[in-house]
Design a protein around this ligand. Sequence first.
Ligand SMILES: [Zn+2]
Ligand SMILES: [Zn+2]
Length: 127
Amino acid sequence: MLIDFFKQKHECHHTKVPVDVEEAYCPDCGELIKNSWFLVRCCCCNIKRNAHCEYNQIKPNSKYCPNCGSTDYYIEELDNINFVDIHYAVFKQIIIPQKHFTMRQVWIEKEENLLPLKNLLISKAPS
Ligand SMILES: [Zn+2]
Ligand SMILES: [Zn+2]
């Protein structure tokens, strides 16, 4: 059931979005993708927990904090990733909702004086 659900969505994995930029448009689906890093920390003792991303949800790898035994954790978004955090941080690509203006693909054919640049400026229709 769950597998069918994911298949039906034809989810784009945005594999062509470079990870070394803050955000970029995915060439496969056209969404604006933000590259984000998250840390999972224990609510009780504040240590960094090893974590992973499961079905788009960030979760600690273990149920209990190895330091204090607490199950409570919080997720912190990082502005910048550094080498200290890279072993703990979870990488996730987030789709930034776009304001789709109701613009349609219209080719303004004005006989011969159509500049090639004008073609590039015409926006694509929202899918
Ligand atoms: Zn995509
Ligand atoms: Zn703890």
